[in-house]
Design a protein around this ligand. Structure first.
Ligand SMILES: Cc1ncc(COP(=O)(O)O)c(C=O)c1O
Length: 402
């Protein structure tokens, strides 16, 4: 580019991490108080995990939650439980998501069917999803990307009409809503992550949520070795014991499952964080509004679907496939010490990733042009509650000068 002032002037150093101060001194003190109890507390999954699950269910507005050791584990046991209860078939998945959303589909023995994204929500193109629904589809596994609501009424209505379960991955969108209902409470089941960079953190952690009792009990078993005694219901446990008189009721393994339990310490952290989540989310929503209002709409997309958004990372997507602008942008961000990820959620177009290229060589990434644009020309930057509006404007000024 000719006459570009940024190439001569030094950009300011902003020191902008992807996440800041997500685990506070107060959270750490809550752990210390817990550990200081006399007699010494149990640390493996016990009453704190159960209490956190109840707190989380109340916050989300669902009947059941199962705390696990990561969002990826939540994805895994969700797909495995679905496979165990509904049999084999197709799962409709996005091309923009985290690897574990698709890996879990493959690991559970389902066939993934990919759809492109809607550029305004970064979630699946819901018209494409509806056009792919048939009797072989066992679920739609939708990801709400970076706080944007990917649902619409037409999709919900069609899934309901056909009796196809909706599984929501809300790992990046805690507190976002569809028509004032929290995402993760609208489908058959939902998954959240509490990894450090997310809206709240249990260090590592995740949760599976549902209103379906049978699914809940199955998830409880998949969390812990497939053991029947992990179920809550005494009647279900008794029935399983009666079916297997040759087995010790303490050791009936219904499924070849996993151990993806978390610990009491992680649950204490979750319980300390949850009361702050709504207030933090209010600030994150405001931050994204300021960010998009001040961004140059000639260079960057600013027309994201804002209704119900609850974002923890600013989305920065170039309007045009402009490689020069992209490269200058990356250089300026590095020089200003602004941490960023290219490709938006987890590695961009998943069809370009080796784990899928090897398995599905006939799939062509270019057939999914919207996600491919985000793959090459989309970024995210940190959005955390402590950001001052003036600092966000300073960031926008930097981006607009590139
Ligand atoms: C959409 C989505 N799903 C699942 C996960 C996996 O969560 P975890 O890192 O806790 O395994 C992530 C991770 O960031 C994610 O962004």
């Amino acid at each position: 580019m000719k006459n570009n002032p940024v190439q001569t002037a030094e950009p300011p150093v902003l020191d902008w991490p992807l996440m800041d101060n997500n685990i506070t001194r107060g959270d750490l003190d809550a752990i210390i108080t817990f550990l200081s109890k006399d007699p010494a507390p149990i640390l493996t999954q016990s009453t704190q995990v159960q209490a956190f699950e109840e707190d989380w269910s109340r916050w989300l507005g669902v009947r059941y939650s199962v705390f696990v050791n990561s969002g990826s584990s939540a994805n895994l046991v969700t797909m495995c439980a679905l496979r165990a209860l509904r049999g084999p078939g197709k799962i409709i998945v996005p091309t923009l998501t985290w690897v574990s959303d698709i890996a879990s589909v493959l690991q559970a023995g389902f066939e993934p069917v990919f759809v492109d994204i809607d550029p305004r929500t970064l979630g699946m193109n819901t018209k494409q999803v509806i056009s792919l629904l048939d009797d072989g589809v066992k679920a739609v596994f939708l990801t709400h990307i970076l706080g944007y609501n990917a649902l619409d009424d037409a999709l919900l209505k069609e899934l309901d009409r056909r009796g196809i379960p909706l599984i929501e991955d809300v790992c990046e969108s805690h507190g976002a809503t569809h028509r004032d209902r929290k995402l993760g409470s609208l489908g058959f089941a939902s998954n959240f992550s509490f990894y450090y960079a997310h809206h709240m953190s249990t260090i590592e952690g995740g949760v599976v949520c549902t209103n379906d009792e049978e699914f809940y009990e199955t998830i409880r078993m998949f969390r812990a070795h497939g053991m029947v005694r992990e179920m809550k219901s005494p009647e279900r446990k008794k029935a399983a014991a009666a079916q297997h008189p040759d087995l010790n009721p303490d050791f009936i393994f219904a499924y070849p499952a996993y151990n993806v339990r978390s610990t009491e310490i992680n649950a204490v952290l979750g319980r300390a964080q949850l009361p702050r989540l709504d207030e933090n989310n209010r600030k994150r929503r405001r931050n994204l509004e300021i960010f998009l209002q001040h961004l140059d709409s000639k260079r960057y997309r600013t027309d994201f679907a804002m209704e119900g958004q609850c974002n923890y990372a600013f989305t920065l997507v170039l309007n045009q496939p402009d490689e020069g602008l992209r490269d200058r942008l990356q250089n300026v961000l590095r020089a200003s010490r602004v941490e960023f990820r290219r490709g938006a959620s987890g590695g961009g177009n998943q069809i370009r990733q080796p784990y899928l290229r090897q398995r599905f060589p006939a799939l062509r990434p270019e057939d999914y042009p919207q996600v491919d644009h985000v793959h090459f020309f989309g970024f995210y930057l940190g959005n955390y509650p402590a950001l001052e509006p003036a600092r966000i404007q300073q960031l926008c000024a930097l981006l607009n000068r590139v």
